[in-house]
Design a protein around this ligand. Structure first.
Ligand code: CDP
Length: 209
């Protein structure tokens, strides 16, 4: 079974995807970490993350062990990730890894921006999460505060709006709901309520194979 979970930053994709994977005994891949790892490699090499040659070279060097680096969660890396993610050659370089991951073993839950539209258009279940940008910025702000770092709500909100616009407006694999995805607005839902709603949807589907 393959479940696609897409949506903008801090819409609750990661938490929902992890819980669905655990519930159904599936593997889980946070595909954002791939773009973050590419950005991190480009930045570490002193390159401009918007430079296609440098970003594609970084994408070809990605190793699974890169994905666990806590430095990938940095906000600078997130911004750079949305720059490398707009480069078609980067997306192509990461596609086979994601599709192989999805097909391995019992299947997987993948979360990202283009899982239901590009990476796994035949997924058994597709969930598209939304939430107002203010609610999402508040979640990210609280995460940053809990991690003990400096955080300014207005700054987090601005960064998120910039990244949302870049992700929605890029020409290759933009953030977009697949026509057959179940849309779930998590603005007023906590993690438990979002999980319950997603389970009702997935549980009501007929298996494809
Ligand atoms: O955790 P958060 O939702 O803030 O971001 P993320 O999922 O780690 O993704 C970081 C960036 O990678 C996004 O802003 C997108 O530009 C890009 N991305 C993408 O283009 N396609 C994906 N499937 C996943 C992430």
């Amino acid at each position: 079974m393959i479940i696609a979970v897409d949506g903008p930053a801090a819409s609750g994709k990661g938490t929902l995807a992890r819980r669905l994977a655990q519930h159904f005994g599936l593997n889980h891949l946070d595909t954002g970490s791939l773009y973050r790892a590419v950005a991190f490699r480009a930045l570490a090499a002193g390159a401009d993350p918007a430079d296609p040659d440098a970003a594609v070279a970084a994408a070809r060097q990605i190793e699974p062990s890169d994905l666990a680096d806590p430095r990938l969660r940095d906000d600078k890396v997130a911004q750079a990730a949305s720059l490398v993610a707009a480069i078609p050659g980067v997306r192509t370089a990461l596609l086979a890894f994601q599709r192989d991951f999805a097909r391995r073993g019992p299947g997987a839950v993948l979360d990202g921006r283009d899982i239901g539209t590009v990476v796994c258009p035949d997924a058994d279940a597709k969930i598209f999460l939304t939430a107002t940008v203010e609610a999402r910025a508040l979640r990210r702000f609280k995460e940053l505060q809990a991690a003990g770092g400096p955080a300014i709500y207005e700054r987090v909100l601005q960064d998120m709006m910039l990244r949302d616009a870049r992700d929605r407006e890029r020409r290759t694999a933009p953030l977009q709901r697949a026509s057959d995805a179940f849309e779930l607005d998590t603005t007023a839902l906590d993690a438990d309520a979002a999980f319950a709603a997603a389970l009702r949807y997935v549980g009501g589907l007929k298996p494809r194979r």
